[in-house]
Design a protein around this ligand. Structure first.
Ligand code: KG4
Ligand code: ZN
Length: 343
């Protein structure tokens, strides 16, 4: 893709995110300052222990306009015709029926308000969460993107220039948290539940396997999940808190070690965290400490900016708009969209 000469006056961009189970909208100034960020987390899925795609689409449909109105009003704008530079919207990857709600809303408002739309890749959105933090990140950066659907190590030479240096060969880290939580009878989403339970346990109680210690930067979590399930079945007397803490320890250990090894291998100046699992306190603290010990810069976005939100979509959209111009109004939803590598 060629950079074109489209330039904007760094105005206000609204970001809409509906790829999974958060209906989220934000207004961001200069691609980096959130004036508002409203996140509605759908609760209908909890009783099913995972996201039910059809329910997600319906919930987005029910909530999207309320969330948009709130984001516009909290940013001090008028719903009749807000002064926006663009509307950025997640176009994929994600659940088709969920993505379509956000894309349709963005297109309708784009016509009504006469502002362009910008389609944003959800994964690139996560990588742009670092832009919403006070301190600028130094490039090249090695970013650990850990969410419910993805586990990736991405070398970011500068915004828009990516190389995926490793990824999960099976379950994503967040998926492993969710599956283990479900097995242990904890709620959904599983990450925060495991984290809470682990707070009462001993992380060194059992040493669960650390997979793929082969020098590669890929991950595998399905063996760990099976090991946890097998251990719990065979040892019913062991406290759930000790199992949760030992499981969390194994995941965090592998994530941090591979991130730092990759940073060294690719000469990164800093490391950064992105995605929902990035809200995990143990992961945040260990990555920050170990990177600091190695004299690497660190960017750990706030928890709200790690989990799905509209501000990261607006930040990525502002950058896309500036460098590549707006998307066509025929923009669709692309459930299997991948992060485009350009290094
Ligand atoms: O990025 P995200 O909000 O949505 C996706 O794009 O997938 O990530 C959601 C994932 C879920 O699997 C959830 O269990 C996990 O992030 N998660 C956590 C924590 N908070 C959310 N995992 C571990 N510890 C947490 N505190
Ligand atoms: Zn996400």
């Amino acid at each position: 893709m060629e950079l074109n000469s489209y330039s904007v006056a760094h105005g206000l961009v609204m970001g809409i995110e509906t790829s999974c189970d958060e209906t989220a909208v934000a207004v961001v100034e200069d691609g980096s300052r959130a004036l508002s960020s409203i996140i509605y987390s759908q609760e209908v899925h909890a009783e099913f222990g995972g996201v039910v795609p059809e329910l997600a689409g319906r919930e987005h449909e029910r909530r999207i306009l309320t969330v948009i109105k709130q984001a516009i009003s909290e940013a001090g704008l008028e719903m009749s015709k807000p002064k926006l530079e663009a509307i950025a919207v997640t176009m994929g990857p994600g659940l088709a029926g969920a993505l379509m709600v956000g894309v349709a809303a963005a297109k309708a408002l784009s016509l009504a308000w006469e502002v362009p739309i910008v389609g944003v890749n959800h994964l690139e959105g996560h990588l742009f969460a670092v832009r919403l933090e006070q301190d600028p990140i130094s490039y090249p950066a090695l970013m650990l993107l850990v969410s419910g659907g993805h586990t990736m190590l991405v070398l970011v030479e500068r915004p828009g220039r990516y190389k995926i240096v490793g990824q999960s060969l099976d379950d994503a880290a967040g998926e492993a948290f969710d599956k283990v939580a479900r097995f242990l009878g904890l709620g959904y989403p599983g990450g925060p539940e495991i984290e809470r339970e682990a707070g009462f346990g001993d992380p060194s109680f059992i040493r669960f396997p650390r997979a793929l210690r082969d020098g590669s930067f890929n991950f595998s979590f399905s063996g760990l999940k099976t090991a946890v399930v097998t251990f719990a079945k065979r040892n019913p007397q062991v406290e759930m808190a000790d199992i949760a803490a030992s499981f969390q320890e194994a995941v965090v250990d592998v994530l941090v070690e591979k991130t730092l090894n990759a940073a060294k291998e690719f000469g990164a100046k800093s490391v950064a965290l992105a995605g929902g699992v990035g809200a995990n306190t143990k992961l945040r603290e260990l990555l920050a400490k170990r990177a600091h010990d190695l004299d690497l810069g660190v960017c750990i976005p706030s928890r709200a900016n790690c989990t799905d939100n509209g501000a990261m979509i607006a930040a990525a959209g502002a950058w896309r708009l500036e460098n590549f111009g707006p998307s066509d109004i025929s923009l669709g939803a692309y459930p299997s969209l991948r992060l485009q590598e350009s290094i």
